[in-house]
Design a protein around this ligand. Sequence first.
Ligand code: 9MR
Length: 353
Amino acid sequence: MRPGYFLLIVLLLSLQSGFSQSLSNRYSEFFTIGVAITPRSTTTDEAKLIVSQFNSVTAENAMKMGPVHPQEDQYNWAGPDSIVAFAQSSGMKVRGHTLVWHNQTPAWIFKDANGQEVNKEILLKRLKEHITTVVTRYRGKIYAWDVVNEAISDNPNEYLRNSNWLKICGPEYINLAFQWAHDADPDAILFYNDYNETDPVKREKIYRLISELKSQGVPVSGLGLQAHWNIYHPSAAQIDSALQLYSKLNVNLQVTELDLSVYPSGPDSTFKPGTIPAEFTPQQEQKQIEKYREIFAIFRKYKKQITSITFWNISDRRSWLDNFPVRGRKNYPLLFDKDLKPKRAFDAVMNFQ
Ligand code: 9MR
């Protein structure tokens, strides 16, 4: 073989293996692969990992109402603008998160100048102004918005969460939020986004909400499944049944906040801060590898319905699950370790027929 050809083949092979080491390339025929980031991560060693492994980003906090709109007449654009600019310069998509939520709301929004609770009319006017301003600013740059986040109750006997939004406005705030987001950017895909989405009771409520909104002509076009799961739960069967149910809704399904905690959910009586080092044990690692393999096999099975999978945080260097719900306890929920190197679970996600 002529040396020139040989070199060309070596170059092509190494390029190909470089590509196949990236999540977004490996999954290009299945889904967009996203990650939740902070403005700071676009300026550290994490930036290279984000660009090489993912093709979509979500602002972990920077676009939420509290951070972006802390006073009635003040918007903080620096953080969200930097995330959008970073994504655009790297050819990545942006999912917007989130327009209406019961958490991370600015205190001013529910109160008048005398500190009294505002009425429905004023609150809806404020919500409309917020949604219109934020969505218009990023029109054409943010392709999907989590419009309403976590509005359903976890209490089996209650349908909608008894948040300030519901108490003051009634359920109408949900319909209006979607309508206002749609008016501001008719091309954006608009999501209802929630967690505990595989729970047999909650999944019926989620199904009901989307069905009702659709039958009322509300422009909801997607369902976001947060997927804050752990290495024990939910089972493959539970995930599969939930996806089967949601597939009947005929909306875009996206996994929006995926991570696999290495602990069972809830309080942890075995953990004593300072006494037990919360290390990543070989048993946890093995279970996590198997669980990641299992859930991605299920996601691939639903490739017609699922359009994107977003991880909630970049690597085990920092996750919202460090210290939550157990203070002082470190967690290891992601596919990259604290040195940003792929974990063995990464191979389990990448290697399939
Ligand atoms: O990861 C976010 C964390 O940094 C914030 O402190 C927290 C505030 O409640 O929100 C976290 O993100 C949440 C997301 O916006 C909505 N679904 C649940 C996520 C984890 O709590």
